[in-house]
Design a protein around this ligand. Structure first.
Ligand SMILES: NC(=O)c1ccc[n+]([C@@H]2O[C@H](COP(=O)([O-])OP(=O)(O)OC[C@H]3O[C@@H](n4cnc5c(N)ncnc54)[C@H](OP(=O)(O)O)[C@@H]3O)[C@@H](O)[C@H]2O)c1
Length: 416
């Protein structure tokens, strides 16, 4: 589905043919030959009016700040009001989390109350008419990212995609849909470097319903035939943002590791991690190009900037001043006897179960090729700051979680 001919027509979904385990063929990315440009004239200009969803989130919030830093038309943010705050207040609160109080007074920015899980995104009659009349691009960042709220994943990610497509079809200007997918839509594969053509298959085995729902959503979008650009970030950390809320979204379980002597993690496993500045800059720069050569990009660290578990955990040992380093034992060597030895007590097993959802992702040893993104952005390819540089700041932000951890441990002991 990545050619000009396929743009704007319903197409059969690409079935990912995943390489066999340990196939490292894409590690040395061959130089990419760019096909004919697509989306010519569709991307951001000074007059482009954008509707963006997920604006209160990590990536959406950063993206708004980038969008408004250059010429653009109106940026309308679809936001769920909460019980205590309307859409506008929630938008301002999010921008302030990034230490940004300038953007909030920008008169190109507006907040629209809505919910992607509702038909027409739950927009009021007036807002719907305005969106239908003026929007040129819809950037879809809203998503349920929970690994355990399966019904919410289906509702937000899949029903939300159907609602998005229906809304786009009501829009007079045939907007380009820019969809934030995820590299994890590949499902439960191991030991590979995956390119954009390899990944995204809801029929694969998946570690959780979040990644499956994202794969389904992508397929629904492709099948709709609507003009779309799919961007797939890898694990995105809130580097540089002084907000505990975002730091703990992914890193909350790290302080828990201090309760263990050993964990089933392969020290040689690679993990594709990027800072949010890289993701937001890459997306903004892609959208500002006069044309793009592909309709799908991995926004990833790739094989050359991947993070390796062994050194990361050594860094954590150092950060937490562990007396004994945490032992990383590859899952293939994690025997029943070892399990009993290190997770013998009921409390420890319960604690372990709280982060078991993350283990498959740490052990996949999968990275995502970013040769397309590099070729497209050239010298404008943003820097990928290594996790060691911003890690201490993120860990300090969640330092309070250690108290939470202790409370969980104490409670488990009490119920033990
Ligand atoms: N962060 C990562 O590591 C990562 C990696 C790969 C891909 N991605 C993708 O990137 C996108 C953005 O992720 P993120 O990290 O920014 O997520 P996030 O911080 O959890 O933000 C999710 C956003 O979606 C909004 N949302 C959820 N349900 C909604 C609904 N029913 N109606 C309207 N808005 C709703 C949330 O609004 P509320 O504030 O109202 O909850 C929030 O603004 C997602 O598509 C995600 O799948 C993220």
């Amino acid at each position: 589905m990545d050619n000009v001919a396929s743009q704007g027509r319903p197409g059969s979904p690409r079935r990912a043919k995943l390489k066999p385990p340990h196939g490292e063929s894409a590690i040395e990315s061959p130089p990419i030959t760019l096909p004919r440009p697509m989306f010519e004239g569709r991307l951001l200009t000074r007059d482009t009016n954008v509707l963006i969803t997920g604006a209160t989130g990590l990536i959406g919030g950063e993206l708004i700040r980038r969008l408004l830093s250059s010429d653009i038309g109106r940026v309308s943010c679809l936001i769920r009001p909460s019980e205590t705050a309307d859409a506008r207040s929630r938008l301002i609160e999010r921008l302030r989390l990034s230490g940004d109080s300038l953007v909030e007074s920008d008169d190109r920015l507006e907040a629209l109350a809505g919910n992607v899980a509702m038909p027409d995104f739950g927009l009021s009659g007036n807002d719907l008419a305005k969106v239908a009349d003026s929007v040129d691009m819809i950037i879809h960042c809203a998503s349920e990212l929970s690994f355990i709220r399966d019904a919410h994943c289906l509702e937000t990610n899949v029903s939300g995609m159907h609602n998005l497509i229906a809304l786009a079809r009501r829009c007079r200007r045939n907007p380009l849909i820019v969809h934030l997918g995820t590299v994890a839509s590949c499902g439960a594969v191991t030991h590979q470097c995956l390119s954009e053509n390899d990944i995204c298959d809801p029929d694969n085995e998946h570690h959780n319903e979040y990644t499956r729902s994202k794969a389904i959503a992508e397929r629904v979008l492709r099948d709709s035939g609507e003009p779309c650009l799919i961007l797939r970030p890898s694990i995105t950390l809130s580097a540089g943002i002084p907000a505990r809320k975002f730091a703990r979204a992914i890193a909350w379980f790290i302080p828990l590791l201090q309760e263990f002597e050993a964990v089933p993690i392969d020290p040689a496993s690679r993990v594709d991690i990027v800072p949010v500045s890289f993701v937001a800059d890459a997306i903004d720069r892609l959208l500002r190009k006069p044309y793009l050569h592909h309709d799908c990009y991995n926004i990833s660290a790739g094989p050359h900037a991947a993070t390796i578990c062994g050194p990361v955990f050594a860094f954590l040992d150092h950060f937490y001043k562990r007396a004994e380093p945490l032992k990383l034992i590859a899952p293939s060597q994690w025997t029943k006897e070892i399990h009993r030895r290190y997770l013998g007590s009921a409390q420890r097993r319960k604690l372990f179960s709280t982060f078991r959802y993350y283990l498959p992702f740490l052990n996949m040893d999968v990275v995502y090729d970013n040769a397309r993104l590099r070729a497209e952005l050239g010298d404008a390819f943003p820097m990928i700051t290594p996790a060691y540089e911003y890690g201490p700041h993120l860990l300090n932000l969640i330092a309070g979680e250690e108290k939470t951890t202790r409370r969980i441990v104490e409670r488990l002991k009490a119920t033990g």
